[in-house]
Design a binder for this molecule. Sequence first.
Ligand code: AMP
Length: 551
Amino acid sequence: MLSTMQDVPLTVTRLLEHGMRVHARSRITTWTGEGEPRRRTFAEAGARSAQLAHALHDELGVRGDDRVATLMFNNAEHVEAYFAVPAMGAVLHTLNLRLPAEQLVWIVQHASDRVVIVDGSLIPVLAPLLPRMTSVKHVVVSGPGDRSALDGTHARVHDYEELIAGRPATYDWPELDERQAAAMCYTSGTTGDPKGVVYSHRSIYLHSMQVNMAESMGLTDRDTSLIVVPQFHVNAWGLPHATFMTGINMLMPDRFLQPAPLAEMIERERPTHAAAVPTIWQGLLAELNARPRDVSSLVQVTIGGSACPRSLMEAFDAKGMRVCHAWGMTETSPLGTVARPPAHAVGTDEELGYRLTQGRFPAGVEARLTGPDGERLPWDGKSAGELEVRGPWIAGAYYNGADAEPLRPDDKFSPDGWLKTGDVGTISPDGYLTLTDRAKDVIKSGGEWISSVALENALMAHPDVVEAAVVAVPDERWGERPLATVVLKDGAAADFAALRAFLAEEARIAKWQLPERWTVVDAVPKTSVGKFDKKVLRRQYAAGELDVTRL
Ligand code: AMP
């Protein structure tokens, strides 16, 4: 029997129309460095999305599923593109502005981007690469910047404001199939070519509902969210879409991502929520310790992208900024788990332990653990295996490029269609995920696994340590052993024996897991999205570029 219910497609268009009508007065505030921020209501941004869609269609010839790329920071114009492009039926492709030049060119060509909307401040990134981006016919520049560098290429250059000015503020949005492509994002690709994930209207809509649930971010139009996680990094964790659903006000930092302007933004604009990777928050913490500010408005901070160290969570909690830890990936839209403690643990000694896990799975994400021989492992909180997931906002394939069969075969997907995350961990009987490593980062010493993440977190709890990254290095006797790389506080001495004793005594790390190789660096190398780049550390070690002390 078929249901009697209406079959209304779940589309980004619906989010746009809802947000601009029902939450017309909610605001997008864009930081401008000096002077007043740029302020725009959802109604205004929605009208400008319609104008942008007219411009893209009438002037730039965007048709069907043409790709419109953005090379932009988090700002109101980027949000306008977020809605205009999918709602008109085209595909938004957010470009990671920190990728190496070669990868950016490769990605644009692979996706066959026809238009690039670029922040004026990012012209220096785009201009030298544009001659090789042959699919790009039009560049639309938003905001001030020296445009002369874009002259003389095959692409026509337009000004965002001039392009949309005078066009109708409404658009007759087409009826779309909810399974159609809405947006795409390439994985940061630490190994091999980046892989394209293509989100559907349906997946974005359902993911937005999940982001808004009380168990996830649980925000409303009484909130303002400081969205530091870039819009090119998994759609800023789905926040811009989610805001149009519930009217959450957005505070956008644009290019002002350093600790001092972030602290100023929080003090002046008083957001209630913020989202970013741990490295951003480490920087902000140091800034607040050096120059205290009034950050009392900020009561909830979502941290994900890499594991949240206990020391960071405790330091933020102590300042009244309560951390909520979450796990996800480009392939999972990204919301996979959120670490809200279960009711019975609230207010007990168990609470912090739950909050430090990666979190529990929402109903929309099914999970299973697979052992080294492909066996299913129990959810007993002890058996560690590779996490596999499936659900309506989880990728089932990668994009293969316009000239090929669209779906690229890949060993990231199991024969029965689950995503193999490459993350290794345990799941407790009550559904909480604890990641112990990336499959490729785990240290295999004498046939046993050592968790690099556990060692890093323990080291970062030491008062002299600002950052710590642990990688596997070859060892004649044990196969692999951990190399501990630490960044020390200004003025702290490199006393490795003391750090090792701290791991053993304070963190209760088993003796056989304690690193004997140690090195101090000025900063841990980071990937384009701010995660520890362990590949670089391994290469530096292999090339003898690190000054390693052996205890
Ligand atoms: P990306 O696709 O760039 O967002 O990277 C996804 C990967 O980041 C995941 O597969 C994890 O390895 C890592 N990751 C994301 N969130 C967390 C977290 N809360 N704890 C540990 N690792 C995380």
